[in-house]
Design a protein around this ligand. Structure first.
Ligand code: ATP
Ligand code: MG
Length: 281
């Protein structure tokens, strides 16, 4: 699949209305996607094994979205074939008192993946230019020294966020307001989904347009060549998963991963070991 249409180009002025949440091209329905996703997941497992064995690169996948866009299920499906030992998933909720007493990158820095691992952030430091922007009182709770709270605060944060060291891919799951409504109603109608519903989600829904603007600016300002944002259509979950799987595969393939070849002394040691095992009574 040509995934370039989802990528936010550096310098592009993002307008979310130009990205369709219902796009599934070139696929017409879920049936065709299933086999492809299965093959993608197998491919991911092979790549992950190499990443782990090579132990040089760390990979960070960041997921951001409005409620009910399907972050959790995308993470669950796409990562289902991976070896849990090589992955680390963190969900970032409202910061604790301890976290608020540190600078805002502290909690996410601690959670960055180690070499050889795939780290997944379900929400991330990007909340700092999203929810914090939409709700000024959240910023007040951050206890920032007054001289730092200037009109440059957001610009400075965008700059902090783009300076990073790991292979980073960022996914904005783009769900439509209508589809969110449908999914909320489903949560209300289905007792097995009640736990997913929070009344506060409706307050955030009321701020849909403000979030849209905050997302557009964040996507515009922080998509770089090395840490690009992808705007992934999210009204059809089967398509969301497929796109993410393909994008993660492409990212891993760009790393030129290989299981490290044994050195001469290691090969000698292996030959010795084979001899010892062979000569056991
Ligand atoms: P789901 O609703 O699908 O279970 P979720 O990611 O929405 O998953 P919640 O516990 O509902 O999880 O929401 C987490 C909340 O924490 C969000 O409203 C988010 O905006 C908020 N949050 C995350 N990071 C920050 C932050 N740095 N400052 C303030 N609020 C934050
Ligand atoms: Mg939520």
């Amino acid at each position: 699949m040509d995934t370039s249409r989802f990528r936010v180009r550096p310098g592009e002025q993002v307008n979310l209305r130009r990205y369709s949440p219902v796009d599934t091209s070139p696929l017409k329905n879920k049936r065709k996607a299933a086999g492809r996703l299965d093959r993608g997941i197998e491919r991911l497992a092979v790549l992950q094994e190499k990443l782990y064995a090579q132990n040089r690169w760390a990979v960070l996948l960041i997921f951001q979205a409005m409620d009910a866009a399907g972050k959790d299920s995308a993470i669950k499906h796409v990562m289902s074939g991976l070896n849990p030992q090589g992955t680390q998933v963190y969900s970032f909720k409202r910061p604790s008192d301890e976290e608020l007493d540190h600078d805002y990158l502290w909690r996410t820095n601690k959670a960055l993946p180690e070499r050889g691992r795939i780290g997944i952030f379900n929400r991330s430091y990007y909340e700092e230019v999203l929810v914090v922007r939409v709700h000024p009182d959240v910023l007040n709770r951050q206890k920032l020294p007054a001289p730092l709270v200037t009109k440059y605060l957001w610009r400075d944060r965008y700059d902090d966020i783009t300076r990073n060291g790991t292979l980073v891919r960022k996914f904005f799951l783009h769900v439509s307001k209508e589809e969110q409504r449908r999914r909320f109603l489903e949560r209300l109608d289905d007792p097995s989904k009640h736990w997913k519903f929070a009344a506060a989600d409706l307050d955030e829904r009321d701020r849909w347009d403000e979030y849209g603007r905050a997302y557009e600016q964040a996507l515009t300002r922080t998509s770089t060549r090395h840490a690009p944002w992808y705007i992934v259509p999210a009204d059809h979950k089967w398509f969301t998963r497929l796109v993410i799987a393909e994008l993660v595969i492409q990212a891993l393939e760009s790393l030129d991963l290989a299981v490290p070849a044994a050195t001469r002394p290691q090969l000698d040691a292996l030959a010795e070991a084979r001899k010892r095992l062979g000569s056991e009574p």
